[in-house]
Write a protein that binds this ligand. Structure first.
Ligand code: MN
Length: 309
């Protein structure tokens, strides 16, 4: 029984033990305080804790959704320990842990940490969902094959993701010449904020296959809203634009998991952690509302009835 003289253990959305219990929860939050390969400003290792602390201050009724995402049950795992061997070993650890959670029927929400953590998350989901596509929010192209001697540097995140699933990216406004050439030559669906505004959320959603994994580097947002990132870029997306795209995607596709990465809380105002927390909370609601509970388990490919777009 809860002893009301004590605060409950820190968990996402500050839920009661019953609503945060692993067995009951459809969503599981995995904090990954890892930022070993960042080059500009470290600090994303403090992101998961800041997001979870900020989530205690949210209203748990989401006005935009008209629902209470916590009713799906949200369990918060302990922080994943960084593997000090190599970035690749850390990605393997993330891949393995997320795989176990998916196999347990959970909808996995990964909180970074640097954006590299998404590589492990994408791999775990792609292996279990043939035909998966990835929707990436990012200011940067992240398409380098290797950077500073590693294929698992944060500048390589979307290149690694592309190896296992098609990637549609939104928010692009910073790239190397080589990355820009790769986008052109391969005809990759990478949208600048202006191109996204011109296309609209439905066109972007229409590019995705039935099952979608969403990876969010918070530097996709304009720095006026999201200053607490290591590599801010001017001219970014606004809250309502990101939210509208998430609504469009979850309306037309099945979002199977997501991550929110790159919050460095010491680099910006407290509102940044609040924004990251609300983003994760809203996307839990969007992904799980109107979806039967049994549906969170991976579908067998033989049972697929609709063709991928
Ligand atoms: Mn980025």
């Amino acid at each position: 029984m809860a002893d009301e003289r004590f605060y409950p253990p820190l968990n996402f959305a500050s839920l009661d033990a019953e609503d945060a219990a692993f067995d009951r929860a459809r969503a599981v939050v995995l904090p990954v305080p890892y930022d070993s390969t960042v080059t500009a400003r470290a600090g994303a290792r403090d992101g998961p804790r800041a997001i979870i602390e900020a989530s205690a201050d949210m209203e748990l009724y989401d006005v935009a959704l008209g629902s209470e995402p916590w009713r799906h049950g949200i369990h918060t795992l302990p922080e994943l320990a960084p593997h000090t061997g190599s970035p690749e070993a850390m990605i393997d650890r993330i891949d393995e842990v997320i795989g176990e959670l998916i196999d347990a029927g959970k909808f996995v929400v990964t909180l970074g940490g640097e954006h590299t953590v998404a590589v492990g998350a994408v791999r775990a989901h792609a292996r279990r969902r043939p035909g998966l596509s990835v929707l990436a929010f990012d200011a940067h192209s992240d398409l380098r094959d290797a950077y500073l001697d590693s294929k698992y540097n944060h500048a390589c995140t979307l290149r690694r993701a592309l190896e296992v699933a098609p990637v549609t990216q939104v928010g692009l406004r910073s790239a190397s010449a080589e990355d820009a050439a790769l986008i052109r030559d391969r005809g990759l669906a990478f949208y600048s904020p202006g191109a996204f505004r011109a296309a609209g959320p439905r066109e972007v959603a229409g590019r995705l296959s039935d099952d979608v994994y969403i990876t969010i580097d918070l530097d996709c947002f304009d720095p006026s809203e999201m200053a607490a990132v290591g590599t801010p870029e001017p001219g970014g997306l606004r809250w309502d634009e990101v939210s509208d795209l998430l609504v469009a995607v979850t309306r037309e596709k099945r979002v199977v998991g997501f991550d929110v990465t790159e919050l460095s809380p010491s680099l910006g105002p407290r509102s940044c952690a609040q924004q990251a927390a609300k983003l994760a909370y809203r996307l839990i609601g969007l992904a799980l509302d109107d979806r039967p509970a049994t549906d969170s388990a991976p579908r067998r490919s033989a049972a697929r009835t609709s063709a991928d777009a």
